[in-house]
Design a protein around this ligand. Structure first.
Ligand code: PEP
Ligand code: MN
Length: 444
């Protein structure tokens, strides 16, 4: 089984691609990438697909989270650990409070390319190409930094390899051991009300573990977790170069990450992204915004999952708090009526972005919660399974989204606004979200 070449894909039309000034440099970066080893194994992608199949059967819950845009400078031990830590804490809360297995997927080790609503950015009368993520150009607002440089794709590979290496060490080497459940609750978060609430859960888990060990039970699941990587498959050169034929099955897999998704802006049925992802065997996601018709979703499902294989396809809905209750039911109902196998996941971030008076892009914590609640309500009323949560978050104490228990205000945004793209939940807000969603899950 082979895949279409890059020229064929580009000829189909590809939205949101960089315009590289030097095509020889592109060829050389792609040639280099093709020689580099896989970042993940095809067998691991299959394992994740099986887990997502359990999500679509209503037997598990997907937690997918991380930065809107990773940066090369952000590949530090502290930063990677902090992101993993908040995801582990959220997963513990969800698993413990709702008694549902949680499939853990990071938006990391590859999340470096961004679609933009505008090709250009203007500041103080100066207009330059928009920043498209570290995979494409530099964040600095200078003409030099904003020129797309294909060598950055090789840097994406190296940064992803370093991130994934550390993540693999953490999740199998003792950091993710359940007996560490208290130690994840460190520094600023521990003193917050939600940190105290987490302490109580951690203590209960610790008691249960002590009991298990007293009766001689010590399964391997207590000592390590399964954790998978994911990113938006956006820059065709990178994803194509990282697509390889698996020696076991002779099938193509995109070995740049376990799961990849197609964004809201690149899901045109007959164009390059849908075509490329229709050929790879990874579990894949598609973002669906509020304009998605049931026919659009059905057409995507039959293009991307013609055999209707469970676990292959995840629909990540991102309608916005104000539209989900009206818009989602028709979509879910018609897709379900056709017998389409899909995991439904809620992205409560991308439909709820607005610009604060200070000029910062932000989101209200209450809108995020309201969209998740709407998602659960719709699925409950239709008898379908609210399969997961897709969120932008960080393990640090940033000030990017307003509201939450610490009641961050718009005037606070400048204190620690570090995202190069969309606003992320900070660690306290992320944990608060996990407790609220656990509550919803318990009732689901
Ligand atoms: C994103 O996930 O960062 C993103 C750009 O989302 P969407 O494609 O849903 O707008
Ligand atoms: Mn984003």
């Amino acid at each position: 089984m082979s895949i279409p070449d890059l020229a064929t894909l580009h000829a189909l039309g590809a939205a949101q691609q960089p315009t590289y000034p030097d095509s020889a440099a592109v060829d050389s970066a792609v040639a280099k990438l093709r020689t580099l080893p896989p970042l993940v194994f095809a067998g691991e992608c299959d394992e994740l697909k099986d887990k997502i199949a359990a999500v679509s059967r209503g037997e598990a819950f997907l937690l997918q989270g991380g930065d809107c845009a990773e940066t090369f400078a952000g590949v530090t031990a502290d930063n990677v650990r902090n992101k993993l830590r908040v995801l582990l804490q959220m997963a513990v809360v969800l698993t413990y409070a709702a008694s549902v297995p949680v499939v853990k997927v990071g938006r990391l080790a590859g999340q470096y390319a961004k679609p933009r609503s505008s090709d250009l950015e203007t500041r103080d009368g100066v207009t330059l190409p928009a920043y498209r993520g570290d995979a494409v150009n530099g964040f600095d607002f200078t003409p030099e930094a904003r020129v797309p440089d294909p060598q950055r794709l090789v840097d994406v590979y190296n940064s992803s390899a370093a991130t994934l290496n550390l993540i693999r060490a953490f999740v199998t080497g003792g950091y993710a051991d359940l007996r560490q459940v208290h130690t994840w609750n460190t520094d600023f978060v521990k003193e917050s009300p939600v940190g105290q609430r987490y302490e109580a859960v951690a203590s209960e888990i610790e008691r249960a573990l002590t009991f298990m060990s007293a009766i001689g039970a010590d399964p391997v699941e207590f000592h390590r977790v399964d954790f998978h990587s994911s990113h938006e498959a956006l820059v065709l050169e990178y994803e194509h170069a990282m697509t390889r034929i698996d020696s076991r099955t002779q099938m193509p897999y995109d070995v740049s990450g376990h799961m990849v998704w197609i964004g809201e802006r690149t899901r045109q049925l007959d164009q390059a992204h849908v075509e490329l992802l229709s050929h790879i065997r990874n579990p894949i996601g598609v973002k669906l915004g509020p304009t998605t018709s049931p026919d659009d979703a059905l057409a995507l499902a039959s293009r991307l999952n013609p055999l209707n294989e469970p676990g292959r396809l995840t629909f990540i809905t991102r309608f916005g708090a104000g539209r989900i209750r009206d818009g989602l039911p028709d979509l879910v109902e018609k897709v379900t009526a056709e017998g389409v196998e899909v995991a439904w996941v809620c992205d409560p971030m991308h439909g709820n972005t607005f610009e604060a008076s200070s000029g910062y892009k932000t989101r209200r914590f209450d809108d995020v919660i309201d969209e998740v609640q709407g998602f659960f309500d719709v699925h409950r009323s239709l008898g379908t399974w609210p399969g997961g949560l897709h969120v932008e978050l960080t393990g640090d104490d940033v000030t990017e989204c307003v509201g939450g228990g610490e009641d961050l205000l718009e005037v606070d945004l400048g204190n620690r606004y570090e995202s190069v793209c969309d606003p992320r939940l900070n660690r306290v807000q992320s944990l608060e979200l996990a407790f609220l969603v656990a509550e919803m899950l318990r009732k689901a």
